[in-house]
Design a protein around this ligand. Structure first.
Ligand code: NAG
Ligand code: NAG
Ligand code: NAG
Length: 488
């Protein structure tokens, strides 16, 4: 301990007050999530494709827009400005947010809308010429270190608006920062949140408890910064006119915790290209043969799979321990591990019951999902929604995954779609045990339900149709009505 007597008490009291705030926040969250579990009318039973009925002004819809069926895109052509930190280019593996941007704006342009994206290339090792594909214009405006140069981006957008103004401005998270959004009033700015600090608070808390179970509480700098960051966010969020969330629970938090008027909060889920992730049992068998995994016809073998970056945040320390237990109890259960990262080495210790496959290309990934009986994703990060969950569902696989509000409220919405566990080893073992006990036939049936749920909610076409309708509605109120005669 230092001789500086004046700082110690301050530190201790700030520690104490931050623990108090964390505690208060936890209680508040519990209250909100239990008192108002959701403002959704009801869940789609067993993920059936039966449409959920809604009629009225879409701005009052509290269900994801993806659940609705929007008709033809010939209503009116839009001109949109988009700010996105990165845009995927050849030679760099894109992250979730970039893939979302690429899928969405390519689709909107394919519908005939004029879309201008102000962004930086995901690979900044060399300059990239702007992309012009039909009505999609990607303007690369990086600064010297390869990030988006905001003043160049805004200048460039002003130039593009000279002949004909934009109908609406959209930003992926804070690519267009709040202070800039505040100054742009005509047109308004909508923002899509790929994760909010409220969810990060949750993961910060969890990770501190998980990785430092006996550690001095409050020693984690993230934990100490978490509350002020949340307060910041709550203060600056109203700078944006409209908010789009990618999960039901983030939408609930924006209304219940951040105090954004419900009319300005909309849920549009991310979709994946369902023509790339398809249910294909034959591809699954080929994949198993190629990797020397017993084929599906051996009724006693059950194959679990996990994919993604093999890092701590994705819950690999939990899965490593949980699977060691499962492997000891059930000699015929295997685990396939796809991906790269520090935990690959640890999994190697569990050979031959665990097969570490390394990173897989996009085409192989679909075959991988088809090769497993159940997909496991024990993530300890509740922000956003992990696309691997949705990809596995499209391939007809049930899930074993963490019971975070975003997952429970949007993905595994009932027991017919998989098994939820709390973020700890004991609970994960129980969930995996339940899957083993149910057996392959039950898993196959759940997988069918997953596929139907994914098809009804998480396709790129549904996502694009929802965004299109959102921008139309923002431009002209007559498009806010649902259903229109043109809707299906
Ligand atoms: C952005 O670009 C302008 C014009 O090239 C330059 O003057 C400015 O320094 C850049 N800003 C950053 C943060 O790189
Ligand atoms: C580029 O922009 C990023 C993000 O705005 C900033 O952190 C960085 O300092 C900038 N780099 C240069 C060289 O201007
Ligand atoms: C099925 O797999 C189990 C364990 O992997 C093995 O003991 C058994 O002999 C296999 N049965 C057949 C029919 O291949």
């Amino acid at each position: 301990m230092g001789g500086n007597g004046s700082t110690a008490p301050t530190k201790r009291s700030s520690c104490r007050s931050s623990s108090f705030y964390l505690f208060a926040l936890l209680i508040t969250s519990l209250f909100f999530f239990f008192a108002y579990p959701s403002h959704r009318p009801f869940e789609n039973p067993a993920g059936s494709e039966q449409p959920v009925l809604f009629s009225g002004d879409l701005r009052d819809a509290t269900i994801p827009w993806n659940k609705l069926c929007f008709g033809s895109s010939t209503l009116e052509k839009l001109k949109l400005a988009v700010f996105s930190k990165k845009w995927p280019v050849q030679g760099a593996a894109p992250g979730g947010m970039e893939r979302h941007a690429f899928t969405l704006y390519s689709a909107l342009a394919a519908m005939g809308h004029e879309v201008h994206v102000y962004t930086a290339p995901s690979d900044n090792r060399r300059p990239h010429p702007d992309v012009v594909r039909g009505t999609l214009h990607v303007h690369f405006v990086p600064n010297d270190s390869g990030s988006l140069n905001l003043s160049l981006a805004v200048q460039s957008s002003r130039r593009d608006a000279r002949d004909k103004p934009f109908d609406y401005v959209h930003t992926e998270s804070v690519s267009l920062p709040p202070w800039r959004a505040r100054t742009m009033t005509a047109p308004d700015v909508a923002v899509t949140w790929h994760g909010i600090w409220y969810e990060s608070m949750h993961s910060t808390l969890l990770e501190d408890l998980l990785w430092e179970p006996r550690g001095p509480s409050g020693s984690d700098p993230f934990l100490r910064e978490a509350m002020p960051r949340l307060v910041d966010e709550i203060r600056f969020f109203p700078s944006y006119a409209n908010h789009i969330c990618i999960s039901d629970s983030a939408g609930d938090a924006l209304v219940n915790v951040y105090g954004i008027p419900p009319r300005n909060v909309h849920v549009i889920l991310n979709g994946v290209d369902h023509t790339r992730f398809v249910h294909d049992p034959a591809a699954g068998i080929r994949f198993r043969n190629k990797h020397g995994v017993p084929s599906n016809d051996n009724a006693t073998t059950l194959v679990m799979g996990v994919a993604g970056r093999l890092v701590r945040d994705k819950g690999h320390p939990l899965l490593y321990e949980a699977f060691s237990t499962i492997a000891a109890r059930h000699p015929s259960v295997l685990l396939l591990v796809a991906g790269d990262g520090p935990w690959a080495k640890r999994y190697e210790e569990l050979r031959p019951r665990v097969r570490v496959l390394g990173p897989l290309g996009p085409a192989e990934l679909s075959d991988f999902y088809n090769a497993v009986d159940v997909f496991v994703n024990p993530t300890v990060r509740p922000q956003g929604l992990d696309l691997t969950l949705i990809e596995a569902m499209h391939c007809g696989k049930p899930l074993v995954t963490t019971n975070f509000p975003s997952i429970k409220g949007t993905v595994v919405v009932n027991g017919g779609l998989g098994y939820l566990h709390s973020p700890n080893v004991r609970s994960l073992v129980e969930a995996m045990e339940a899957a083993v006990r149910d057996g392959r036939e039950a898993l196959r049936r759940k997988g069918e339900a997953c596929r139907a749920h994914a098809r009804s909610m998480f396709t790129a076409t549904k996502m694009a149709a929802s965004y299109e309708r959102f921008f139309l509605c923002m431009k002209n109120k007559k498009y806010c009505w649902y259903p229109l005669p043109t809707d299906c």
